[in-house]
Design a binder for this molecule. Structure first.
Ligand code: C2E
Ligand code: CA
Ligand code: CA
Length: 408
């Protein structure tokens, strides 16, 4: 970079993060992973001019340093060529594997010579490329800089929010499909952010998920939801059998603290483990290798496990039996789809889930037609604006006790 300043030329950096490399290592072993890394290096060299630098930072991350850059466009073009080259299959001793790469591009600002800042910016751009769908090229520009600054602010404010009592839970009833009895609630996080009003989780959970902050949030939610349900049971506004469902982020599921956090919340509230349901998305359950053993420990405590957003990931019905869940939650996109095919798919999913002993919940139920279709498909429980919107207190009074025959 000092050389570039002296020659008044510019330097560019590509940060290359391989997609799906972990799957190769996990599926074929490290020797095959190493073969792939060597081939990646060869392909990178083939794209470069003599004098450009290519290095491996570690794991599946490579950097390319381009000196005497003619234009940013030329660097983007190089990045795109590189992405195309790495998208071609690799031939290994275990057969063909396909990876692809997410690439961050950064051009050094005028006279800037802070190498670690440059690397950091390129890394951020690559992260963004990965987040927006993999196999892509993303340039670090003023928009991204502003976005990262904003995210950093959200993160800092959120840490304070935890201490300053700005977080609240809203509860949405989960009711029996047959007769509308309230069986439990899903706890949904809200942030009363000064100057911004009441924010929904989509405005801050993605930021929190970049660090272990999301585990702190989940821990707060676990503690608060169990304490509040216990108080409703105590004052008679909820039946003793009422459950509360809490969303757990993928990062928390692989954090060894989760089991302790759940135990602590149950002990502090005095609720039985059977009152607590943990919602985990199917993508998290299928893609996180550590998830299985943590799940075993949670289930040993007696808490319920629910597969959230089912139908948005790539789980095949045959995988359901390996997921070790008690409940399957059909995603709202599937509830809203009106085609005959979608209706058939819902029936199939309900049928398979029942065969594996799971209770089926459908979320996002907004009208009577959807409710009728779900009942007809054999769905056990429903949740959605039609039956109750999320709110600060249980939105329906607890009805008279009745036998819960529809619960698996
Ligand atoms: P989710 O778990 O799929 O939660 C359901 C979302 O659908 C909620 O949005 C809920 O308000 C909304 N919803 C419920 N019924 C209907 C309906 O009939 N129609 C429509 N259009 N929407 C409906 P919300 O509260 O904004 O939560 C969004 C996502 O944020 C949740 O999706 C969940 O993934 C995440 N989340 C919420 N609370 C927490 C939390 O405490 N911890 C973590 N880690 N994630 C959370
Ligand atoms: Ca959920
Ligand atoms: Ca959901």
């Amino acid at each position: 970079m000092h050389r570039a300043v002296r020659a008044s030329s510019r330097t560019g950096l590509l940060f290359i993060d391989l997609d799906h490399f972990k799957a190769v290592n996990d599926g074929h072993g490290h020797a095959v992973g190493d073969e792939v890394l060597r081939q990646v290096a060869e392909r990178l060299r083939a794209e470069l001019r003599a004098g450009d630098g290519v290095g491996r930072l570690g794991g599946d991350e490579f950097v390319v340093l381009v000196e005497q850059l003619t234009s940013e466009a030329a660097l983007v073009e190089l990045a795109e060529r590189t992405a195309a080259s790495l998208a071609r299959p690799f031939t290994t001793s275990a057969g063909e594997v396909v990876l692809g790469a997410s690439i961050g591009v950064v051009v050094e600002g005028d006279g800037a010579t802070d190498a670690s800042a440059l690397l950091n910016d390129a890394d951020s751009a690559a992260y963004r490329a990965k987040a927006s769908g993999r196999g892509r090229v993303e340039v670090f520009d003023d928009d991204l800089r502003a976005e990262l600054a904003q995210a950093a602010q959200v993160e800092a404010d959120l840490r304070e929010a935890l201490a300053a009592d700005q977080l609240v839970l809203h509860y949405q009833p989960v009711v029996a499909a047959a007769d509308g009895r309230v069986l439990g609630y899903e706890a949904l996080l809200r942030w009363q952010r000064p100057g911004h009003g009441l924010l929904g989780p989509d405005a801050f959970i993605p930021v929190a998920e970049r660090t272990s902050l999301v585990c702190d949030l989940d821990r707060w939610v676990l503690g608060t939801a169990t304490r509040q349900l216990a108080s409703w049971v105590a004052d008679g506004s909820a039946e003793a059998s009422t459950t509360v469902a809490v969303n757990i982020s993928g990062r928390h599921l692989v954090d060894p603290s989760l089991v302790d956090d759940v135990e602590a919340a149950l002990a502090a509230s005095g609720l039985p483990a059977s009152s607590l349901v943990l919602e985990l998305t199917e993508t998290v359950l299928v893609s996180r290798p550590l998830a299985g053993s943590q799940l075993d420990r949670l289930r040993a405590l007696g808490v319920g496990v629910s597969i959230d957003d089912f139908g948005t990931g790539y789980t095949s019905i045959s995988q359901l039996q390996d997921l070790k869940a008690d409940t399957l939650k059909i995603d709202k996109s599937l509830v809203w789809a009106e085609s005959a095919g979608a209706a058939e798919l819902v029936r199939l999913v309900v049928h398979a889930a029942h065969a594996f002993g799971m209770v089926v919940v459908a979320e996002g139920v907004e009208d009577e037609a959807q409710l009728a279709r779900l009942r007809e498909a054999g769905c056990d429980e429903v949740q959605g604006y039609l039956l109750g919107r999320p709110g600060p207190r249980p939105s329906a009074p607890a009805p008279a006790p009745a036998p819960r025959s529809s619960r698996g």
